[in-house]
Design a protein around this ligand. Structure first.
Ligand code: AMP
Ligand code: ZN
Length: 495
């Protein structure tokens, strides 16, 4: 049987920069540096944001499972992210409107963000740096880019000179495959842009207007750092001038990541990132989930059922399982049908997993080839983290479990152990489903107990003890556990 480290050699990652799947080879053997753009903590994260963070959690978990020492950095944007078509910081604006300290806004939404990620069973990143904790580094980076002649100061703000960079250093727009001439031609004239030499230039440092609450002293007067710069500064501070993986949602490719590349290359002469990974969008009714259009639902609204879109609540593990139904690079649409089927599917997998321990062991091999199945699970994840294919294989495994349980197939003791280990590794360690289901008291133990009762009832029926069989069924029904008899066995539903 193949060792986990052997599978590691087969991992392929789709690199948005090259536009194809590439063999994954980290800069330092055995180590992976990964940076993912975190949330701007000025309001609630919606389910779309959550999908992106779950996608990268699965990637982090899989890389770790393969034996890599992963340093996973995901920032908190608590300054510098401007409102669309304005030069006011999102957090500063919210603080002004709500008459709160900006750091009260930041604290409130950071705490909530962590709570939601915890509920959905994401692992915390290794480092979670904040923009406001790295003002000095951002000022230093701005100075350095100025010194290199790739930025200019106007009236207390410092802008990155995109045209000069494009001429002297590297093509600007190479990640999103945009041409600078077209970009310049297509940009609207926004407020404050008259200061810039070119509309495509972006702020490294912004002068703070009098009403702006968030401000720090700098060589150019009081101001605040540009959003793009924080990610450059924090990624390279903790992962080096060049690092392995940079992730984020598709919508950050341009201009955010394009600017990060330009800043990084201006500073060190190197392309900062080796593998660019972009997660695709969650849609609802076919439209991108987005705060600006109001087409959103919050994670807690789904978990509690307190919303007017769905007929009932869906537990965090169901939502997580729903996310896994699409590969991270594909669009995923949220609907009641999709949530319902995720709920049913996850239940089926949990039931099968709980049943494995109780499968009879045979001296002879059965028809289900467990090693081959395990190979396929790794192959799916090695193919650019293809979770839907991995999930489909888990369902194959579940089918085999039921066949063996019903006596249609058999399994050796060694295969049974491998089956269980593989199930556990993929469901819980890699896909990150919680070992206990989120349905209140319905823990794995309870599922096991129900199975025992179903077996006892079957024995009672075999002995024609109908009274006992009915008593078991009725008592369970009283507790909201409904048994359903079918040709291939008894299943149950918890109300
Ligand atoms: P923000 O707080 O707006 O910077 O977004 C945090 C992360 O969520 C970014 O990586 C975005 O690309 C991502 N994101 C935003 N909207 C969606 C969506 N509808 N589906 C998936 N990811 C999204
Ligand atoms: Zn970023």
């Amino acid at each position: 049987m193949k060792d986990v480290s052997a599978y590691r050699e087969e991992l392929k990652i789709y690199n948005s920069m090259s536009g194809r799947k590439e063999k994954f080879e980290p800069l330092t053997p055995g180590h992976v540096g990964m940076y993912v753009c975190g949330p701007t903590v000025y309001s609630h994260v919606h389910l779309g944001n959550l999908r992106t963070f779950v996608s990268f959690d699965v990637i982090y978990r899989y890389l770790t499972h393969l034996g890599y020492k992963v340093r996973y950095v995901r920032n908190i944007t608590d300054a510098g992210h401007l409102e669309e078509d304005s030069d006011e910081d999102k957090i500063s604006k919210k603080a002004r409107l709500e008459k709160l300290e900006p750091m009260e806004i930041v604290q409130k939404y950071t705490v909530e963000f962590h709570r939601i990620l915890d509920k959905i069973n994401n692992l915390p990143p290794s480092i979670e740096p904040t923009a406001t904790g790295h003002i000095i580094e951002q000022i230093e980076a701005t100075k350095e880019i100025l010194r290199k002649g790739l930025a200019y100061e106007v009236n207390g703000s410092v802008y990155f000179d995109v045209v000069k960079y494009n001429k002297e250093v590297d093509t600007y727009g190479k990640l999103s495959r945009r041409k600078i001439e077209e970009l310049i031609a297509n940009t609207r004239d926004l407020e404050g842009q008259d200061e810039k030499r070119n509309p495509q230039d972006f702020a490294l440092w912004k002068k703070a207007k009098p009403k702006h609450i968030m401000r720090w002293p700098s060589p150019w007067g009081e101001g605040f750092p540009g959003w793009h710069l924080e990610c450059t500064v924090m990624s390279t501070k903790y992962l080096g001038e060049q690092f392995d993986i940079h992730g984020g949602g598709m919508d950050l490719k341009f201009p955010h990541h394009e600017c990060e590349i330009a800043q990084g290359k201006a500073l060190s002469g190197k392309d900062p990132v080796r593998y660019w990974m972009h997660a695709n969008m969650l849609t609802m009714n076919g439209k991108k989930m987005s705060k600006s259009t109001g087409n959103t639902i919050l994670p807690m609204e789904i978990f509690t059922g307190d919303n007017d879109k769905f007929s009932k609540p869906y537990a965090p593990d169901t939502v997580r399982f729903f996310f896994l139904q699409a590969q991270y690079r594909n669009v995923l649409d949220l609907s009641e049908d999709a949530l319902r089927s995720a709920e049913k599917g996850l239940k089926r997998l949990r039931e099968a997993y709980a049943l494995i321990d109780r499968l009879p062991e045979s001296g002879e091999k059965g028809t289900f080839d467990v090693e081959d199945w395990r190979d396929k699970l790794y192959a799916a994840m090695n193919d650019d983290f293809n979770t839907p294919v991995a999930v489909a294989h888990l369902f194959e495994g579940a089918k085999a479990v039921h066949k063996i349980a019903s006596g249609e197939d058999r399994i050796t003791a060694a295969d049974k152990k491998l089956l269980k280990d593989t199930f556990r590794t993929f469901m819980f360690d890699i896909l990150g489903l919680p070992e206990e289901s989120g349905e209140g008291a319905c823990t794995q133990n309870l599922e096991g107990v129900i199975r025992v009762l179903i077996d006892l009832r079957n024995e009672a029926r075999k002995m024609k003890n109908w009274a006992l069989a009915d008593k078991i069924r009725d008592e369970l029904a009283r507790l909201g556990i409904k048994l359903k008899d079918a040709k291939d066995g008894t299943t149950y539903e918890i109300e």
